[in-house]
Design a binder for this molecule. Structure first.
Ligand SMILES: Cc1ncc(COP(=O)(O)O)c(C=O)c1O
Length: 468
């Protein structure tokens, strides 16, 4: 390669003029998509391998024109996209990326700053500190808590488990965990918590699944009893997770009672508010978070119902020194001459950290607290309305209280009939709902939380359910 070709390869990015042209095309495409996503079937069509078989097995050797790439996106990729941003996406936890969040993402990619150290991008660190504190304030949680943005609630709980292990057995960092550590979750805790405990070296046989009450909240008495038993067997209880808004049914564990038991036994309490935590912004729902102020760590996901695009999860802790003691390592090439600043890389696994605070900042400022409250209230109203229709029809039964944006129900005819109903709804292409098991029975979950979901979407879903 000559010097000349090396130089032209280094300047090989799109020209500013070309970027403007394609950028405008893409912004127009996104605007049209967000304006009317209903023109797409909510669920992707096709079978496993359909897209892969239509794509070349190896990457292109020569440059390809952007027009061709965008054409293939439309013709090949889009048919295999399931539209999470569709107003009739009612599966899992319905989410939405709002326009200001999308614009924030655009700038994050343009700056491509790595928020690993304060020095590696001071604005990223300080915007992160600011936005996590704003949300803490909205939720009415202790302002002195340390907060950071991570990619997922799953990684947040991994940080919590490792910090809890650090507190319970400081020597574990040098020697690995002992076989005596025991973690407590409920039968309805999200699987990410158990996964984190396994990854942190807590053997699966040392993870207790505490039973739930009729509303699917953890039974505090059963937790206390299990801890007593473990202590009498010479084991070391060290970590417990309580949930505000479980995945299956949005149940709320009795956090204050669990916190008291954890305090008495020196157990680290992590509260999973990945979904339900956001509802604490509503004055009428703030009681969902009662007791959370006593937790050692807490997670809430703005990428669920706070209109921030994936990924954006907030990890809070009252004991950042324990998290730092668990994760920080001195590497010469990462040392800086800055003192008195937070280097977020010291508080988790990831070194490279996206400038996620930008999109969060855009969303919080564009909507404000009142805007978020209005969106959440509308989702809750629509969920309550659907819940009333279902419970008023003798063919159906609600299988969990509707307290947030989720409706869980089944046909009284039984599991098979309920399963068939779900298939019919999803096969229509108009809606996407998902399922769970509650009390050992199959139940359909309808999660309402997309910013673009309108009353007509929920009314037509009810018509589809009721017409069965
Ligand atoms: C209650 C709860 N906790 C944790 C998670 C995991 O979240 P993430 O995908 O951010 O890891 C979910 C996901 O839906 C959830 O519902």
């Amino acid at each position: 390669m000559t010097d000349h070709t090396i130089a032209s390869a280094a300047n090989a990015d799109m020209s500013a003029e070309e970027f403007r042209r394609h950028g405008k095309t893409l912004i127009d495409w996104i605007a049209a998509y967000l304006d009317d996503p209903r023109k797409y079937p909510v669920l992707a069509s096709g079978r496993p391998g359909d897209l892969r078989h239509r794509l070349p097995a190896t990457a292109p050797v020569e440059r390809e024109p952007m027009e061709q790439i965008l054409r293939d996106f439309d013709q090949l990729v889009m048919p295999m996209v399931t539209h999470w941003n569709h107003p009739r996406f009612f599966a899992y936890f319905s989410i939405s990326s709002s326009a200001p969040g999308i614009l924030g993402e655009l700038l994050t990619a343009a700056l491509d700053a790595n928020a690993m150290l304060w020095k590696s991008c001071p604005a990223a660190t300080e915007l992160e500190q600011t936005t996590v504190a704003w949300i803490l304030d909205w939720l009415g949680l202790p302002p002195e808590w340390f907060g950071m943005i991570v990619d997922s609630a799953s990684n947040a709980v991994l940080q919590a488990v490792v910090a809890a292990r650090q507190r319970a057995e400081p020597e574990s960092r040098a020697q690995g965990p002992s076989r005596r550590l025991v973690a407590y979750v409920s039968e309805h805790t999200h699987s990410s918590v158990e996964k984190a405990a396994i990854a942190a070296g807590v053997g699966r046989s040392n993870i207790r699944h505490i039973g739930v009450d009729t509303r699917f909240g953890m039974r505090a008495d059963a937790l206390a009893e299990t801890i007593r038993l473990d202590l009498s067997n010479g084991l070391k209880p060290f970590f417990a997770a309580a949930t505000v808004g479980t995945t299956s049914s949005t149940a709320i564990d009795p956090v204050a009672e669990i916190a008291e038991i954890c305090r008495e036994n020196g157990i680290w309490l992590h509260v999973d508010g990945a979904y339900g935590g956001t509802f604490g912004v509503l004055p009428e729902c703030r009681h969902f978070l009662n007791g959370v102020e006593r937790a050692d760590s807490f997670v809430v996901n703005p990428h669920k119902v706070m209109m921030v695009p994936l990924d954006c999860s907030l990890f809070y802790t009252r004991a950042p020194e324990m998290v730092r003691a668990a994760f920080a390592l001195e590497a010469e090439y990462l040392k800086t001459d800055v003192h008195g600043a937070v280097d977020y890389m010291d508080y988790g696994l990831a070194l490279g950290r996206r400038f996620r605070a930008l999109k969060l900042w855009f969303v919080l400022r564009y909507f404000g607290r009142e805007g978020l409250v209005a969106v959440l209230r509308k989702s809750m109203k629509m969920a309550a309305w659907l819940g009333e229709r279902i419970s008023g029809d003798a063919r159906f039964e609600l299988v969990a209280p509707v307290n947030m944006g989720l409706v869980c129900f089944r046909l009284r005819q039984g599991d098979e009939a309920t399963r068939e109903l779900m298939k019919r709804i999803n096969d229509s292409g108009a809606f996407f709902v998902s399922h769970t098991a509650l009390g050992g029975r199959f139940a359909i979950r309808v999660a309402i939380g997309n910013i673009r979901t309108e009353w007509r979407d929920v009314e037509e879903l009810w018509a589809a359910i009721a017409g069965s």
